[in-house]
Design a protein around this ligand. Structure first.
Ligand SMILES: Cc1cc2nc3c(=O)[nH]c(=O)nc-3n(C[C@H](O)[C@H](O)[C@H](O)COP(=O)(O)O)c2cc1C
Length: 317
């Protein structure tokens, strides 16, 4: 069984991946937040930083591309293969309004002829394995049948299904039962993604869908960075481990951004996940959310690690 870290724009960048791997090794691949290939066929300095092999050393990383143009996909994917990557992923799930309005990400799910033209162009011009990460459809899970039928016609190296439709964003419950269609009918390698927060969730998913070869975890891993270790039979994280992981991440962001404000902004998003791992964290999390300077931030974080026990049950949402 392979366990993958889901791509999470703004959170799981190169720095996060490197430090997560150092403290919690065992992730079979980190899928990178999407890059958007530009018309002038050059990577931006930020894209180059994110994909530079020296920033992704010691673990497998898979770049993801967000585009509706097969020419743009092929030049970027082929450049990434030349850099040594062994798989490139196509994003068919991004629900953001501006992305969908341009017919990219989940926007492609409402236009199967545009998707067909994109996939025809990709598989005619690409020089390495291409995986796809998709939702069930744009508006309704009934769109999933024709979408799967189309995807089944291409040599996709791995189909990652996040069983929500675009209009669910990340708010609505995952439509786990609708994954059954892919499990029954999709002929190629299949990965499930969505709503797995505990080792028991992973076990239950694999019991229901035994043909699945890999699981992709996102918010569950941000909450509990040792989730994959536990799913593989290892121990839960200790407060010391979490603190060491947090501290290195925090100091690395401070150094990289040269800005306390930017660093705290980044760390606040992380705490919206990590914070739910601590019993009775509400008051200190509020202090973190309100913190405007590093002193206040550090004081709240220090108290969380020193005083609060880790809890395993998930909070009510
Ligand atoms: C803040 C955030 C950023 C995300 N960025 C991406 C992205 O760049 N590419 C992508 O395919 N999915 C992205 N996703 C979706 C996740 O990869 C994943 O599919 C989703 O969170 C459901 O899985 P989970 O329940 O395990 O978190 C993002 C989700 C969140 C919450």
């Amino acid at each position: 069984m392979d366990y993958f870290f889901a791509p999470m724009e703004g959170v799981t960048g190169a720095l996060y991946r490197r430090i997560h791997h150092k403290y919690f090794p065992g992730v079979d691949a980190y899928y990178m937040p999407f890059l958007t290939p530009t018309r002038d066929r050059m990577f931006t300095p930020r894209d180059l930083r994110e994909t530079a092999p020296e920033h992704n050393l010691g673990f497998r990383a898979v770049p993801q591309l967000l585009t509706r143009d097969s020419g743009d996909f092929c030049w970027a994917a082929n450049a990434l293969f030349d850099m040594g990557y062994d798989e490139v992923n196509l994003n068919l799930g991004c629900p953001s309004g501006t992305v969908v309005a341009k017919g990219k990400g989940a926007g492609l799910l409402s236009d199967l002829s545009a998707l067909e033209a994109l996939l025809d162009g990709i598989f005619a011009g690409v020089q390495g394995p291409v995986s796809v990460k998709t939702r069930l459809g744009l508006e309704s899970p009934e769109e999933f049948g024709p979408l799967l039928e189309l995807l089944s016609r291409y040599p996709i190296s791995l189909l990652i299904v996040h069983p929500r439709v675009r209009k669910d964003f990340y708010r609505e419950p995952v439509r786990r039962n609708d994954f059954a269609l892919a499990h029954q009918n999709y002929p190629g390698p299949l990965c499930y993604n969505g709503g797995l927060f505990t080792p028991e969730d992973c076990e239950a998913l694999l019991r229901d869908y035994p043909r699945v070869q890999s699981l992709m975890l996102g918010q569950g891993l941000l909450r509990n960075p040792a989730l994959i270790r536990q799913a593989n039979g290892g121990p839960p994280p200790t407060a010391e481990e979490l603190k060491a992981f947090h501290d290195e991440l925090y100091h690395s962001y401070l150094e990289a951004f040269r800005s306390g404000r930017n660093t705290i902004f980044h760390m606040k998003e992380l705490w919206s996940y990590l914070g739910t791992l601590f019993e009775g964290s509400e008051k200190l999390l509020k202090q973190i959310r309100k913190a405007q300077d590093t002193a206040r931030y550090e004081s709240a974080v220090e108290q969380i690690f020193r005083t609060l026990p880790i809890r395993w049950e998930l909070p009510e949402t």
